[in-house]
Every structure is written in C-alpha cells, then in structure tokens.
Design a protein around this ligand. Structure first.
Ligand code: NAD
Ligand code: UGA
Length: 467
C-alpha cells in the first residue's frame, strides 16, 4: 500500500471546532497548507477580519495564533469545490445537532450536513483522499460516509485519475474557553480506522507536536462510540454533583466541602465536580440523546433510562433554581428587576448554545420578572435569538442587555450569578448594595461571591449547595 504524503488539507466547517482546530494544526505544521471552508459567507468574512476582536468566536489565545498563520498556510474561504479538489486530507467539522423533526426527532443527530459534505467530497475529490470525521457522530456513521463516497469510488476523473477514499474517525475533545490548551496539550488523540497508511498519515500530522504514546488507535466504531461515551461520563459527573448539591441545601452539609472530600479520592479525582445551574453547551445534551437513541435502536431500554436520568437531573437543577429565586423573593417576581450575571454556558466563551441561563431566564420571564442581563461576551442579538420572549408580550416579563454589572444592578431586587466570569469574582458588594432595592439578594450558582463581603454589605445570600 502506498504511503500517503499530506501536503494540502481542507476542513469543511469553520465553527467552534473547525476554526480553532485548523489554527493549531496550521501553527504546528507550517509546511502544510490548510483551507477552512464554510457555506456561511459571513462567518468566513469574520474569520478574515483584520480586526481580531471581531472573529466569529471568542476563545482565549486564538487571535494571537491566528495572526501567526492566516494567509500564510491557513486560509478561510467559501470555495468548497477547489479546496476539496486540491486536498489530500479532508476534515468534516460540520454541525450535527439533535433532529428537530421526522424519525428520531428530539434524540437522533441530524446528519444532513454530514451527508451534504460527503456528497461534495464524492463529487469534487481527485486521486486518493483521506476523509476524517471530526464532527461527533452516531456509531457507524463512517459506514454511511463510505457508502456515499463509494458511489464515486471507481469513477475516473476528467484527468484520468482514479478516485479513492479512506475514512477515519478522529473525534475532537476540546472544551470551549480552553480550546487552545486542549488542542496543544491534549490528554489523548483518538484515531479510528482500517487503512493503516491513512491512519499513519493523520498520525504524522499530530506527531508534529504530540507524543506518539498519546495517540490512541482503535477501530472506527470504538472511536465513534468513545466520543459519545466520554461526553456522557463528563455530564454524568455534573448531574451527580448537582444532585448532591440539593441534598446539601436540605441537610446543612456544604457542597464545596463535600466536593473536595469526594474529589481527593484518587479513584474519583477532583475535576468536573463543580456544581452549577446545570450543564450547557452544544454537545452534552445532544450526545447523550444520541446515545439514548442508539440504546433504544438496539433495545437496551435500561441503558437508555440510565442516561436519560442524567438529562432529567440537569433539567431539574435549572428548574429548581428558578423556583427558588421566586420563593425567596416572597413568591412573586412580577415586575421586579433581577440582574442576571452571565449568559454564556460557561466562562471564557461567547457560546450560548443550550446555556442553562436560557431556561432559567425563560422561567423567570414567565413569572413576570424584568431581567437585566450582562455577559462580557454575549451581545443583544444573541440574547434575542435565544429567549422565547421578545419583549412584546404583555403578560410576561421583559428583558434588556446591559453593558456593565452596575447597570444591571441599578434598582434591582436581586443578583443571580449564572456564569463564572472572573469579573464577577471581584464585585464590590458594598458599592453595589447602594444602588439596589432593599431587601436585596444574591443568588450565586457559581461560587463567585466573597460571602463575608456580601453579608457585611447587608445582602441576603443564597449559594448553591449550602443551607
Ligand atoms: P458549528 O455550528 O460552530 O460549526 C459548524 C459549521 O459547519 C457551520 O459554520 C456551518 O455553516 C458549517 N457547515 C455545515 N454544513 C456545511 C457544508 N456542507 N459545507 C460547508 N460548511 C458547512 O459547530 P461546532 O461547534 O464547530 O461543532 C462541529 C462538530 O464538532 C459537531 O459535531 C460537534 O458535536 C463537535 N464538537 C464540538 C465541540 C465544541 O466545543 N463546540 C467540541 C468537540 C466536538
Ligand atoms: C465538553 C467536553 O468537556 C469536551 O471534552 C468536548 O469535546 C465538548 O464538550 C464537546 O464535545 O462539545 P464544553 O461543552 O466546551 O466541552 O465545556 P465543558 O467545560 O465540558 O462544560 C460543559 C458544561 O458543564 C458547562 O455548562 C459547564 O459550566 C458545566 N460544568 C463543567 C459544570 O457544571 N461543572 C463542572 O465541574 C464542569
């Protein structure tokens, strides 16, 4: 079998994965050319913006790395056809959200963008092309991709070349807000596949900066399943600790103490044990639903129920926080101003997909509250896109987006901290109390507050997981 030499790489999808992943690849492999393509022309324009504060995604350290390689060996463009034609290796990094309608709606992943990418590759590729699944996919999707590609497998291209393909699975494990570090120093790189030379070609790219022993090789199906399972395990830890946070509030135990006591057991470990208003982000819920769909398909009802309970606890946690805010504010928040600190699903990202803040805000708006929202990286348009209520509905509450903590706090009855941005950890509670309405409350779901300062400033104080 011939050894594949990779000189040109194409990535389909310039989103939260395609963008940062290719930026790191381009920096680490200066002799290879990377082209990132997307259907969304305004996203491509934003990646090409001279003003690095206007990139389509916010990720610490990304702008600096981009500057090093953009228009040198990394290009963002909409010309899918030429980029595919020229590529020796193509990453598919397109979105795979939960299906909204049709068979499997609400659980299965919608694979229409994957199929469209595979069809584009089948049509335009030349010679031998290594196709890499970077998107998170249901187990055995590689089979579908192969079938689509095989339709053109024996086709001779205009220049008399035989088109051939090998398909690899190379799931991405980066977490937003920490993407650059995750990509530069991953715990492991996973490559699933059958064609030894194709695996070697991808491994050689990674070996530019990653030790060989961190590169795990499996069959295609183990690789696809491992990605879903890893996200399910991570989410399961959060639901577990969130369930314990509720017990703490009833019993006088303190979740921060319990978290440390549990996490110092080396078999359990301390990471991913932070209680929260629920996990958000584009993937945990989607990937667990995907796993559940798979279990149901294979008639593994008990397994499906087990993973469903992780999602149930997550929804319950969001709902119990909204209820608690209403109860503490005398059972009525109608026309009361409440400051919402944070709207992104976690700190250090502008991503709000599936953010717990959305569900919590929607519930408070249903109760008639007037919300004043501040997040350092989320703008008005994004909030408008996310909330059910558009401020034109008379019997519901209203919302506005502010530019500072002080602006949200002015005349408000309560502050609800939902995202753990660093600037929420430095609030001068004494100053803030002067502009709020008494009796004023802090509801902290992210452990940002200095409790002593808050109490000294006269706040009523509630913290997740403490009574
Ligand atoms: P995203 O929505 O930010 O980006 C996907 C991009 O693909 C979009 O810009 C879309 O326009 C483009 N696209 C779709 N079909 C196309 C086509 N046929 N041709 C060209 N462009 C096309 O999504 P994302 O967050 O980058 O996630 C991508 C995949 O990676 C998903 O499967 C996700 O589960 C997985 N993943 C995401 C993360 C994360 O942190 N966001 C981490 C690991 C894995
Ligand atoms: C997660 C995984 O961590 C990545 O490995 C994976 O690649 C990615 O999903 C994906 O497949 O999309 P991400 O969603 O970006 O990454 O961010 P996380 O740090 O995992 O946080 C997810 C959610 O869990 C956030 O809402 C966060 O606030 C919450 N969380 C996290 C907690 O509530 N407690 C914790 O201890 C950790």
């Amino acid at each position: 079998m011939p050894e594949y030499k990779v000189k040109k790489v194409c990535c389909i999808g310039a989103g939260y994965v395609g963008g940062p992943t290719m930026i790191v690849f381009a920096n680490k492999c200066p002799d290879i050319e990377f082209k990132v393509v997307d259907l969304n022309a305004s996203r491509i324009d934003a990646w090409n913006n001279e003003d690095l504060t206007k990139l389509p995604i916010y990720e610490p350290g990304l702008d600096k790395l981009l500057k090093e390689c953009r228009n040198k060996n990394l290009f963002f463009l909409t010309d899918v056809k030429t980029s595919i034609e020229e590529a020796d290796m193509i990453f598919i990094s397109v979105n795979t959200p939960t299906k909204k309608k049709g068979f499997g709606a609400g659980k299965a992943s919608d694979l229409k963008w994957i199929e469209a990418s595979a069809r584009q590759i089948a049509e335009y590729a030349k010679g031998h092309t290594i196709v890499v699944e970077k998107s998170t996919l249901p187990v055995r999707t590689a089979e579908t991709i192969k079938k689509i590609l095989e339709n053109s497998f024996k086709k001779i291209t205009e220049d008399n070349n035989l088109k051939t393909f090998s398909v690899l699975s190379n799931p991405e494990f980066l977490s937003e807000g920490n993407a650059i570090n995750d990509l530069e120093n991953p715990d492991r790189v996973l490559i699933g596949g059958e064609n030894e030379n194709a695996i070697k070609a991808l491994e050689n790219l990674y070996k530019n900066w990653i030790n060989e022993e961190k590169i795990l090789k499996t069959n295609l199906w183990s690789s696809e399943l491992s990605k879903l399972a890893a996200n399910a395990f991570l989410a399961q830890r959060i639901s577990s600790i969130n369930s314990i946070s509720a017990i703490c509030e009833e019993t006088g135990a303190d979740i921060q103490q319990v978290r440390i006591a549990i996490g110092t057991d080396s078999r359990i470990g301390g990471k991913f044990l932070y209680p929260s208003p629920g996990f958000g982000g584009s993937c945990f819920q989607k990937d667990i639903l995907n796993l559940i769909y798979l279990c149901e398909f294979y008639k593994l009802e008990e397994v499906a129920n087990y993973w469903q309970s992780v999602l149930d606890i997550n929804n319950w946690q969001k709902n119990r926080i909204s209820k608690l805010v209403v109860n503490k504010l005398f059972g009525n928040i109608s026309e009361k101003k409440i400051s919402i600190l944070g709207f992104a699903f976690k700190a250090n990202t502008n991503d709000t997909r599936n953010s717990p803040c959305i569900d919590i805000c929607n519930e408070l708006l249903e109760e008639g509250a007037n919300l004043s929202i501040y997040d350092p990286k989320v703008d008005y348009e994004q909030v408008l896109n996310d909330l059910d209520i558009n401020n034109k509905n008379d019997d519901k509450g209203t919302w506005e987006v502010c530019n500072s903590i002080e602006e949200t706090a002015l005349n408000s009855h309560a502050i609800l901290i939902l995202t753990e941005w660093d600037e929420f950890k430095d609030i001068d509670w004494f100053q803030l109390s002067k502009i709020m309405k008494k009796p004023y409350w802090i509801f902290d779901t992210r452990f940002c507050t200095d409790v002593k300062d808050a109490l000294a400033a006269g706040f009523n104080y509630w913290r997740l997981g403490s009574s």
